[in-house]
Design a protein around this ligand. Structure first.
Ligand code: TRP
Length: 350
């Protein structure tokens, strides 16, 4: 997905031809801000697409974003140049990725996950930013409000529905008293979700024990310590946890306790259950916002799209069987949940 400058003249004439033929859709790309609408000097827009790390949820978002762009006529390497960069989990790499987009004169930065969005924000005076899957854009300091972001930055949000997850916990594992919460304190997204988790857990009379980690190794240690002393575990949609979910899920499974998580992908990779959104929709919406911004929409007055409806319940079927047979914590799937239309039984990924 790298710049293919040699195609530019060709693209311009193809675009001009399609415009003349009247087959360009209303939102199809016409030209970059600096190019002319119909002349041969038109250049495709340049999009810097940055992802924090490779985990399945962020990959789903990225792929859905690219699909939607293409469906809208923004074909990478043809009618748009998408420079995709992945920081491979190193937040320290994010700044140089953003600096590269600035040096290349990109027209918009699309930033997947909170740490990426925070790095992009530093460049937002010059380049508009569309963030994707930021759990708490206000809490992270990215926008002044969801309705009116205020700066040159807007995007999509995947606030975790912690109250519904706790309600689900109490239905699937009614005997629990203590919940071990595992997350990365360095992820602003997790910090705010955990705050809300603790507040509602307290209302429900649950005792919360917190442990944090910063990478796979420290997460694993923290998980082992937690799992031996609590009735259940919980992690929000934390990027560090999600990256190591298979082994973290194994720790909980070995201890015979259910591990509730903040995203569908985390159930697929070893977590027990969640209530959550469809990230493909969020990825597609991110593309729509990006196209709006490319077409001149002002991010400052473009509301953040918050995904908190059309939720599904995801339950890992293998873990359900395993825990209900010989778990330390009693786990069951009550009839009123089993019969829900939005229940998705997930088989662990191979
Ligand atoms: N919401 C996370 C953030 O703000 C990103 C994210 C999206 C995520 N889907 C996830 C993290 C699934 C872990 C698991 O950074």
């Amino acid at each position: 997905m790298k710049n293919t400058k040699t195609f530019k003249t060709m693209i311009a004439s193809v675009l001009a031809a399609s415009l003349l033929a009247g087959c360009g859709s209303a939102s199809a790309p016409a030209s970059s801000a600096s190019g002319s609408a119909s002349g041969t000097g038109a250049e495709p827009y340049k999009v810097g697409l940055a992802q924090l790390v490779d985990h399945s949820s962020l990959n789903t978002i990225r792929d859905a974003f690219l699909d939607e762009m293409e469906d809208a006529g923004y074909v990478d390497g043809d009618t748009v140049i998408i420079d995709y960069q992945n920081a491979a989990g190193k937040t320290s790499s994010l700044d140089s990725i953003m600096a590269g987009y600035q040096a290349d004169g990109d027209d918009v930065i699309v930033a997947i996950a909170t740490p990426t969005a925070l790095a992009a924000q530093n460049y937002s005076e010059e380049i508009p930013v569309v963030f994707s899957a930021v759990s708490d854009p206000v809490g992270a300091g990215l926008v002044a409000s969801l309705e009116e972001p205020g700066g040159n930055i807007t995007g999509t949000s995947d606030e975790v529905q912690v109250e519904q997850i706790i309600d689900l916990m109490l239905q699937l594992s009614p005997d629990i008293h203590t919940v071990g919460v595992l997350y990365n304190l360095g992820e602003a997204n997790s910090v705010s979700n955990v705050e809300r988790f603790k507040a509602y857990a307290k209302e429900k009379g649950l005792e919360v024990v917190e442990k944090t980690g910063t990478d796979n190794t420290t997460m694993q240690q923290a998980a082992v310590e937690l799992a031996s002393s609590v009735d259940a575990m919980f992690s929000p949609n934390d990027n560090t946890v999600a990256t190591g979910m298979a082994s973290l899920g194994q720790v909980a499974a070995d201890a015979g306790i259910p591990y509730y998580v903040g995203a569908d992908s985390m159930v697929e990779t070893g977590g027990f259950a969640t209530v959550g959104i469809d990230y493909e929709e969020l990825g597609r919406e991110t593309a729509k916002l990006t196209i709006d911004v490319l077409n001149g929409e002002d991010p400052a007055t473009t509301p953040v799209s918050v995904f908190k409806e059309n939720l599904n319940i995801y339950v890992n079927e293998d873990l359900l069987n395993q825990l209900s047979e010989n778990g330390k914590t009693k786990v069951e799937l009550p009839e009123d949940i089993a019969s829900k239309e939005n229940l998705k039984k997930v088989k662990a990924a191979e």
